[in-house]
Design a protein around this ligand. Sequence first.
Ligand code: NCD
Length: 315
Amino acid sequence: MKHLLSINDLDVQSALSVMNLALEMQQVNAREVKKLPALNGRTVANLFFEDSTRTRFSFELAAKRLSADVVNFSAKGSSVSKGESLKDTVQTIEAMGVEALIVRHHHSGAAKTIANSDWSKSIVINAGDGTHEHPTQALLDALTIRQRLKGKADSGDLAGLRVLIVGDILHSRVARSNCLLLRLLGASVGLCGPATLIPNDALKLADSVYFNLDEALADNFDVVMMLRMQRERMNSAFIPSETEYATLWGLTESRFNSLSNDTLIMHPGPMNRGLEISSTAADSAQSAILEQVTNGVAVRMAVLYKLLAKESSLS
Ligand code: NCD
């Protein structure tokens, strides 16, 4: 397989193989000299048409730790503001010798459009397309869950684990990719949020759906993953007010205190403290939020290695 556009590009074996290679990349990242020669002389471009902190940094660090050359493009400050099309932007970058594109775009399907076109030869990695998918986020989340809940050395799947994803599911590419991957790996997934922010096909995506957070939390999930309200992807008013949202849907201090001590708390970031998650929950020992970020570099090194290194492949 040439590209990583969706979790549907993976089967159990290839997903586990990325996660297990990421374990080896973690060893590299724990060393003083965090560098492998694998992609020496290769050129990767971060093509970001949307804002990002962790995903862009993480892909950049991952590529650099494999010794690739990395160039960063962000739509703000580029010729996109002068009307340049996606095709012309990609062709311009490729004409300079770039061979892999890490694409974040506000349109669902943008990465696939590039990958399937006859005007691009690049290897394409989807770093978030609209409300569709964010496959490397799901892989880093699965790795984090496995390490925290199934033991550091475990290299198997997530069979038997139960994960609750809470909040703005409708606009979340993280939720979509996580539902696909977690269930592929044998976990079961519950979705929870206001009816306006739950997609119509929720019961195809997940095993259960809740419209009341306290009822969902009472079901003792192993993992509670909180999501941001993705206002930049909303086209109308989906909630009455932020205060009401925080009260009904936030992982407040008292809700957090009612959870069992081994419930893992996750959030893909960026967080809105006091809205969907309280600082008590985010900064607790049960929170894996910074581990998710750390694991993001290792997972992206594994994906880049599998897609770009000679004699390696995703499947
Ligand atoms: C997410 C994204 O951009 O989809 N962030 C991330 O990549 N870690 C989630 C979000 O924007 O809320």
